[in-house]
Design a protein around this ligand. Sequence first.
Ligand code: URP
Ligand code: ZN
Ligand code: ZN
Ligand code: ZN
Length: 470
Amino acid sequence: MHFDTIIRNGTVVTASDTFKSDVGILNGRIAALADGLASANEIIDATGLYVMPGGIDSHVHLDQPSGDGIVMADDFDTGTRSAAIGGNSTVLAFCMQEKGQSLREALKIYHEKAAGKCHVDVAFHLVITDPTPEVLGQELPALVEDGYTSLKVFMTYEGLRLRDDQILATLDTARRTGALVMVHCENEDAIRYLIGRHEEEGKFAPKYHATTRPVAAEREATHRALSLAEIVDVPVVIVHVSNREAMEEIRRARQRGQKIAGETCPQYLMLTADDLDQTELEGAKYVCSPPPRDKASQEACWEGLEQGVFDLFSSDHCPFRYDDAEGKLNEKGKRHFRWIPNGIPGVATRLPILFSEGVMKGRISLNQFVAVTSTNHAKLYGLYPRKGTIAVGADADIALWDPARRVTLTNDLLQHGADYTPYEGLDVQGWPVRLLIRGESIVSGDGLLKQAAGQYLPRSRSHLTTRQQA
Ligand code: URP
Ligand code: ZN
Ligand code: ZN
Ligand code: ZN
């Protein structure tokens, strides 16, 4: 058999197996896994490298508007470039419904933002901010059929949050349609109350972002989200879990028999609230929600990854420029933490950080790495087995990892639109030295080889909401 490309002499790693094999690629797909493949237009020597499915980052914010003229640092061009540099072949971004807007209108806008700009494959989660009977009754069922099979709802953020009855109605629609709902769990009323108290006490520095969003506000909302899902009998994803108590809520809900997926992110392994407590306004760089906690919480999140409480390790990439009047240091944000835009960049650093801190330090296996960074994202969000694995018939989305390569993370390396990385100066071991998407080499060395080759991906339903084995 003659292939377009053969990857030779590498070690293939999937979520379940690690084995020596050549990989034959034909027409953008993996066509053979066998030894001694010989005939191809291009032969890539992967001696000493791991041949892994490209990363799938299912929690990425790109080109979202926010009030106050604050501008997200990445659009679909820079954001997906950075994703590719960091070894990702697919990202799932958010399509934000504005109040009063139909989901179709919102999707039209986000498809236009993405058109012709994506360097990796993309799909959209629908963020429901206005769950009217029309939206839930008419639009959503049709959109799920069209391949928009996941939603996000917020329990926090004024203007975005849903009331419990609205969350129930959205969850119920998800149950009927087979959509999967992601929930951002923080108790908005508690946070508002604490912000008011901080204001009375004259506490305005970035570090107070963390003290106004305590663990109990996340734990309570997590418990409530899980209870609401139980009431209408539907699976949910609890996103960006930052601490042990919220994680234990997931464990308990599973013990009760609920189908839950859990997600954590690099910031909860690598940062703490102390990072927000720095001289001047340096702490603004680390403002995200939920906030980074403490060392014990970091250990808990590691434990959750090791033990499978967390299915997903995502970046929650939500980039703002730091030294910028339209970013973290806007005029109001300098005076009061509540106006600092929430979110940090991380789409390029997610995989190297977990590889280095998790795999190289012996906390998780190579197979767990692949599961939580790629395979589980594909299964949960309706892209499996086309994406998320190395198997005959799958898209040839392949990251070649050099486990010996040592890199010091610097902002320049990441090629995103933000003017900082929270991980500046961090030494990592292991780097994605080459990325193929549907058989095409997209990244080699430190640069993009091919521009805007990404495609939009309509999706099937989640393995969690269908009766298939997850
Ligand atoms: O601070 C964060 N995480 N910003 C992004 C929006 C969200 O809540 O995921
Ligand atoms: Zn969120
Ligand atoms: Zn509880
Ligand atoms: Zn997010």
